[in-house]
Design a binder for this molecule. Structure first.
Ligand SMILES: [Zn+2]
Length: 675
């Protein structure tokens, strides 16, 4: 499970919240000791409502050589699987990308206006790993004409582009076949549609490639053997599982991943060797038992300074919440920033014993939560270029309960978010100047702390009622949003607890202001996040749903939040922090009960009432206000680049890191497209 960025409205990364940063300050003032030049470039370019941001991994250069070489092999394994996720997004996505990249790499002779439009579309395609917006799940299209696109492709071909077409198909025929995907917003319009409306099927209404020709009705009485790692296809009336494994679907990419994971092992510490070897085994067999062995080995590798997540992990893209999207991450522990998260992890049982829910859903023994602040070296597939800011794995509930989980806060990602976005948004949506100033002073610290609690004591907490199946199976399409809501609520609940002062996490003098700043910003977010959904009146993304649900539930059930208007503008005003916290505690108890009991109807009612639908007029107002500020809706990151240095015998002796500072350069390089 993961946390995504809440509000891109930061001023500085306050390393100590009692040392306030001035309002609207540039990023330099409170940077950490290891951060280099404060005026280096983060924001590279804007494409529509997306920002492209350079990610830095400053600590990499000072890692021991062995760890650098280990990172290099894992980095290659992460890149080797990149195309899997793009294919999972849509069955035509890789073909579409192939066409786009050839045109972008061979632009000579292409009409300039058409080229500019193709570049815009291609960058959005790269950022989102396909033609669907990662926040709204909706398709975006090319705004030139199909004829202009065809002319561009022909001009590129004349300039040296090599288009790969299926056997026997001409370039013209391929473009004609792909035309509806490139140009028609009504063909395969939504990648994941969990609420398609009465009488419509969630699988049929979702355009992703995790299923082919399958509807929910087909699944009745069908035993799925490879839930997480297969594509489900209806062929001649029968369901077939196409298993993702070395000699199965995505075999080419998986074989390449395996090669790099094997090359990494000689440089890895013992517990990690075991994890990598079990992962290789899982990729070879695709069997559930091998995946479980891998999950256990991965979670038992608690101390490796370098680590990787590589596989079919998160289930957000599947409307059923079963099939894993492929992702690859490689990272090292940021020792400086790990202290706070470790303190929370060490005290996890204290928090568990005080969870505001029925005692029977508390864990008597919270299992080893391993929590680290990390710096990412590369993220691909489902985790990049658009990245989470926190991750807690494995997702397998049974393994979590028995063996624990590992949590990471992606500190260099959070830093890059903060450094690349202006602070004007909180001013626009704050009711008073005091609220805006509080946010400038404490918002960043409060958000980072809440994220840590979300991951470390949030996802890891609670237990299932006796004799119930897994919550994923029982709560179905509402599970992910429910679980994210649960983890958010735990952060919101405990941020107000004096224990955090006692643990030295929040200075006593600042505690009230930190709590207020967090509650205010979480409240504002329910309004501000609507800017991300420019079409329709429904929220699809699970984190956005849970955040909407929490605030709207509090509005309906407590007096903590008031909706006010001034000069035709709407504000959500957090008026009573004590009532807010009390409401959070009550809602959390109910959310935990729903999860523990697998109460599907309860989850559905909660989200249908408070989390899914919104008022289009309100959204239009928010969009208009945000447009004036010219703020991005989301950010995608250009990853660091690693290059090995070889000695005379060809052995790698060092690995160098650099920063490409350009999305197009990096993406063409990843795809191996030559200019
Ligand atoms: Zn989460």
């Amino acid at each position: 499970m993961r946390v995504t960025a809440l509000i891109l409205a930061a001023a500085t990364l306050a390393s100590a919240c009692s040392t306030p940063a001035p309002t609207e300050a540039p990023a330099a003032t409170a940077s950490t000791p290891s951060a280099p030049s404060p005026d280096r470039k983060y924001l590279l370019e804007r494409i529509d409502d997306a920002a492209v941001v350079q990610l830095y991994a400053d600590g990499f250069a000072s890692l021991p050589t062995q760890q650098k070489i280990l990172t290099w092999h894992l980095y290659q394994a992460a890149l080797a699987g990149r195309d899997i996720f793009i294919d999972q997004k849509h069955r035509n996505a890789l073909e579409m990308r192939g066409v786009l990249e050839q045109i972008v790499a061979h632009p000579a002779g292409v009409d300039p206006a058409t080229l500019a439009e193709i570049q815009r579309y291609t960058k959005l395609f790269w950022l989102n790993n396909g033609p669907y917006n990662n926040l709204t799940a909706r398709k975006f299209v090319l705004k030139c004409t199909p004829d202009a696109f065809l002319a561009a492709a022909r001009a590129s071909a004349a300039a040296g582009a090599r288009f790969t077409t299926p056997a026997g198909e001409s370039l013209d025929a391929m473009l004609a076949r792909l035309q509806p995907m490139f140009f028609d917003p009504n063909v395969d319009p939504i990648v994941t549609n969990k609420n398609p409306g009465a009488g419509r099927d969630i699988l049929q209404a979702s355009a992703n490639n995790l299923y082919s020709g399958v509807s929910m009705a087909d699944l009745e009485g069908f035993t799925e053997k490879y839930g997480l790692n297969s594509r489900l296809v209806k062929r001649d009336g029968t369901l077939v599982e196409e298993v993702y494994k070395a000699d199965g679907m995505y075999g080419k990419q998986i074989t390449e991943i395996v090669k790099h994971l094997e090359a990494a092992q000689p440089y890895a510490p013992e517990p990690m060797v075991k994890a990598l070897a079990t992962l290789v085994r899982f990729y070879q067999t695709g069997e559930v038992a091998d995946r479980e062995r891998y999950d256990i080995a991965w979670v038992q590798d608690k101390d490796s300074p370098v680590d990787t997540i590589n596989g079919f992990i998160e289930v957000y893209m599947d409307p059923r919440g079963i099939k894993g999207s492929w992702e690859g991450l490689v990272y090292y522990v940021n020792q400086e920033k790990t202290a706070r998260i470790k303190t929370l992890a060490t005290n996890a049982q204290w928090f568990e014993d005080r969870m505001p829910w029925d005692a029977k859903y508390r864990k008597p023994n919270v299992q080893g939560i391993v929590a680290n602040a990390i710096d990412v070296v590369v993220e691909t597939g489902d985790s990049g270029p658009v990245t989470p800011i926190g991750i807690n794995l494995p997702n397998d509930q049974a393994i979590r309960e028995k063996h624990g989980s590992k949590s990471v806060a992606l500190s260099n990602v959070t830093e890059a978010y903060n450094q690349s976005t202006p602070g004007s948004m909180r001013g626009e949506f704050s009711w008073t100047p005091e609220e805006s100033e509080r946010s400038a002073k404490f918002g960043e610290f409060a958000a980072a702390l809440t994220t840590d609690m979300h991951e470390v004591i949030g996802h890891a907490s609670g237990r299932q009622a006796e004799g119930k199946g897994t919550p994923q199976e029982l709560i179905k399409e509402h599970f992910s949003a429910l679980e994210e809501g649960r983890a958010d609520l735990i952060g919101l609940y405990f941020i107000a607890d004096p224990k955090l002062v006692e643990l030295g996490i929040i200075p006593a003098a600042d505690h009230d202001a930190v709590v207020r700043a967090e509650y205010e910003s979480y409240t504002r977010n329910a309004l501000v996040q609507l800017r991300r959904i420019r079409e329709g009146t429904q929220i699809e993304e699970d984190h956005m749903r849970n955040r909407q649900m929490i605030i709207r539930w509090l509005m309906a059930n407590t007096k903590a939040i008031e909706e006010r208007t001034r000069d035709g503008k709407t504000y959500l005003v957090m008026a009573d922090p004590a009532a807010f916290r009390e409401g959070v505690g009550k809602l959390l108890a109910e959310v935990q009960r729903i999860k523990s009991e697998g109460d599907y109807a309860g989850a559905k009612a909660l989200f249908e009432t408070h989390g899914v639908h919104f008022d289009a007029k309100l959204r239009d107002e928010v969009v208009a206000r945000v447009e004036k500020l010219n703020l991005p809706s989301y950010s995608g990151f250009v990853m660091p680049k690693l290059v090995p240095v070889a000695g005379p015998d060809g052995q790698i002796t060092d690995v160098q890191i650099s920063y490409p500072m350009d999305l197009t350069t990096q993406m063409l390089e990843y795809s191996g497209v030559r200019k």
